[in-house]
Design a protein around this ligand. Structure first.
Ligand code: 8YV
Length: 326
């Protein structure tokens, strides 16, 4: 007797090694053209599927989840962030949800440090000057930026990525301040200064790195009032989610000079980002590249597959099960 392989829809075109394993273990429905699904087309494409391997940006909101066929038992997102999946709506339909924690911690912290340094040291202005043949030679006042070594870094959200960012910043002899729902144990805190109230941390931040997930509490948390509490000349770094920042407020502070610069890898509504960013010289902008290394993207895909295989092939609980917050 031949048993049917569970059918899994890949909503995106994933790395080749990931798709090879997906195809070998499942009846895979691939998306080689990497076309973007809207809610109704995603629900339609899931017809007859047991699982969905999705990614950030896929609209797995309550409406889409309600429209999924009864066959769907699991959604595995190829991301650590899962704000694009309505976990509560999935739970009500007894659909399990998993994510990919840990494997992208280092790559994302590396990009956070790149954003911090790029913004502070005006890297893109220098690169553009050179590539557009505008560089007429070194001068004593050319492209002077913000000094990094020894400064104070405030980290909003001291989870895995926040802690990895702190480790990198310690190599630059930065003093680490952080705010998190819970204070870290002593061995993980490594001398960082805890602020139970994130607002109270802001005046201590020469640099502010946003490493908090996007939730109803963090939505537009970095607003005009809070930016005003940062010291003049501070640098803001965001590699978490664009929605944590009020774009109008950040752009205004970059224009007024209250903030020296910003290093940003994630945007509200990406890829349709706030038009105001395009003209800002003092913004070092990247197109959501935090986890974009071959090793990391493979590890993310394999983790998503570990979860799908556990549940759909072995009838075990997925190791990275995400639960609806109460
Ligand atoms: C991913 C991310 O590349 O994992 C996340 O939450 O933000 C990114 O690094 C992207 O979301 C892929 O789904």
């Amino acid at each position: 007797m031949t048993t049917r392989k569970p059918r899994v829809l890949a909503t995106r075109h994933f790395p080749p090694d990931v798709e090879a394993r997906l195809t070998s273990n499942f009846d895979a429905v691939l998306n080689p053209e990497d076309r973007l699904f809207d809610g109704p087309s995603l629900a339609k494409a899931s017809d007859g599927c047991d699982g969905i391997m999705c990614a950030a940006g896929d609209p797995l909101n309550a409406e889409t989840i309600a429209a999924l066929p009864a066959s769907v038992r699991m959604i595995a997102t190829f991301s650590v962030g899962y704000e694009h999946v309505d976990v509560g709506a999935a739970a009500r339909r007894k659909i399990l949800v998993s994510n990919t924690p840990d494997v992208l911690t280092d790559a994302t912290a590396d990009i956070a440090m790149l954003c911090l340094l790029g913004a502070a040291r005006r890297a893109h202005e220098g690169a553009a000057m050179l590539r557009t043949h505008q560089w007429v030679g070194w001068s004593p006042t050319q492209l002077m930026g913000v000094h990094v070594t020894g400064k104070r870094l405030g980290i909003l959200g001291m989870g895995r990525i926040g802690q990895a960012m702190a480790d990198r910043a310690r190599a630059f002899r930065m003093t680490i301040h952080y705010s998190n729902r819970n204070r870290l144990p002593h061995d993980l805190e490594k001398g960082a200064i805890f602020h139970a109230d994130p607002e109270a941390m802001l005046p201590h931040c020469d640099f502010l790195s946003i490493n908090a997930p996007m939730t109803s509490t963090t939505r537009k948390w970095v607003n005009a009032e809070r930016i005003a509490r940062l010291p003049k000349g501070a640098v803001v770094v965001n590699t978490a989610r664009g929605g944590v920042v009020d774009d109008d407020a950040l752009i205004a502070a970059l224009k007024s000079g209250h903030l020296a610069s910003a290093g940003i890898d994630v945007f509200d509504g990406e890829p349709k980002i706030h038009q105001g960013y395009y003209g800002l010289e003092n913004a070092f902008l990247l197109p959501h590249m935090g986890s974009a290394t071959v090793e990391t993207r493979n590890a993310m895909g394999f983790k998503a597959l570990d979860n799908l295989e556990a549940y759909l092939l072995k009838e075990q609980s997925p190791p990275d099960l995400v639960r609806a917050s109460s």
